[in-house]
Design a protein around this ligand. Structure first.
Ligand code: SF4
Ligand code: SF4
Length: 350
């Protein structure tokens, strides 16, 4: 780990240099708000932009991804045999990612990259990606990341953590991927380690003081799944849900997907698409049976997965980093902070 200082007057030239060897993603504003997207050659990341509407999970897990293809031309020796599609394996750098979104990648990794299962598409994308985060000096009103195992200056999942000091960035280079990123940009002005760390500590405390909303999770591990599953509050929680799926699509830790085959002329393509546990179709069996047939089943599943099943399975905290996107985006104001506290405080009548 080392610190470097980057004069903002040198930043754009460094990013232009980076684009010669990396596919560079960063925050940009468009008609849909701020998003992290691949940057065109003449576009610079808007590093001071507000929190992105969607999380950057699509860098590793695209909303729609071609995974296999086959020819249907029976004159071809290998007709109907699915084969991997060519992938762009250029190294990627994600600039301006918020610390809670980088922590979310580590939670998703538990699902896609573990001893029992390695998802080749997600793992390949992860291996070539460098995450360059910026500490959040002014957390938003829905940010509860400090009580969700994270925080505005968390280093978890980051290769570089930068602090915005108005006229310069102070960058804490955390991994070999981060070192390679700094070298590719030509950022090499060292900063004093002790002074820099003190500055990071001050900024972190200042930022954390501004977060005035929190969840309690201390009791979740001791609750039984059955008690929480049968708790009487699910009807009320689910009452106003319209199953739009917004909460799952904006969430950096939601990973549900669906596989779909499409054919056109003599070509077949297998796609992986985002799906949502909030949709009735997600669990609709070919037989017609649906184990989550009503919205109370689906709403309960979302919260039980994030706040109980994940916690029990991995013992790595909850499957939520407190970004607050689902709170801000839900059209009927269903709030995971309230549901988490209901679950945490629930006592079954004896
Ligand atoms: S965003 Fe709100 S209304 Fe839409 S599915 Fe999620 S909880 Fe339900
Ligand atoms: S559940 Fe809501 S607050 Fe938690 S990580 Fe997902 S979008 Fe963010």
């Amino acid at each position: 780990m080392n610190f470097i200082t980057i004069d903002k007057n040198d930043w754009a030239a460094g990013i232009d240099q980076l684009k010669k060897t990396y596919l560079v993603f960063g925050p940009v504003q468009d008609e849909n708000g701020c998003q992290i997207k691949p940057l065109a050659p003449d576009v610079q990341p808007e590093m001071g932009a507000p929190a992105t509407v969607m999380s950057p999970k699509s860098v590793l897990f695209p909303q729609t991804e071609k995974i296999l293809t086959a020819t249907l031309d029976e004159s071809s020796k290998d007709h109907h045999i699915m084969k991997p599609v060519d992938k762009n394996d250029t190294p990627r750098a994600v600039l301006g990612i918020r610390p809670y979104d980088a922590k979310a990648v580590q939670l998703v990794k538990l699902n896609f990259d573990n001893p029992d299962y390695k998802d080749p598409y997600w793992c390949d994308a992860y291996d070539i990606t460098t995450f360059v985060g910026v500490g959040v000096n002014r957390p938003g009103p829905c940010d509860f990341s400090t009580s969700a195992g994270c925080g505005p200056f968390s280093e978890q999942g980051l290769d570089v953590l930068m602090a915005d000091l108005d006229d310069r960035y102070l960058a804490k280079v955390l991994t070999p991927k981060g070192e390679a990123w700094a070298a590719a940009c030509g950022f090499d002005t060292p900063a004093d380690t002790a002074e820099s760390q003190t500055l990071f500590d001050i900024l972190q405390k200042e930022a954390e003081k501004q977060i005035n909303t929190a969840i309690s999770t201390d009791n979740l591990a001791q609750k039984t799944i059955l008690d929480l599953y049968e708790a009487p509050f699910w009807d009320d929680v689910a009452f106003s849900c319209i199953n739009c799926g917004t909460c799952t699509f904006v969430c950096p830790t939601c990973w549900c997907f669906d596989i779909q085959d499409e054919t056109k002329h003599q070509t077949a393509v297998r796609f992986r698409n985002w799906d949502s546990c909030m949709s009735p179709l997600f669990t609709h069996h070919a037989s017609g049976h649906n184990p989550r047939e009503s919205k109370i089943h689906r709403v309960r599943q979302r919260f039980m997965h994030k706040l109980k099943y994940f916690l029990d399975k991995y013992d790595q905290g909850i499957m939520c980093v407190g970004c607050g996107r689902c709170v801000a985006s839900c059209p009927v104001n269903i709030d995971i902070r309230e549901v988490c506290n209901l679950m945490n405080d629930y006592q079954k009548d004896k």
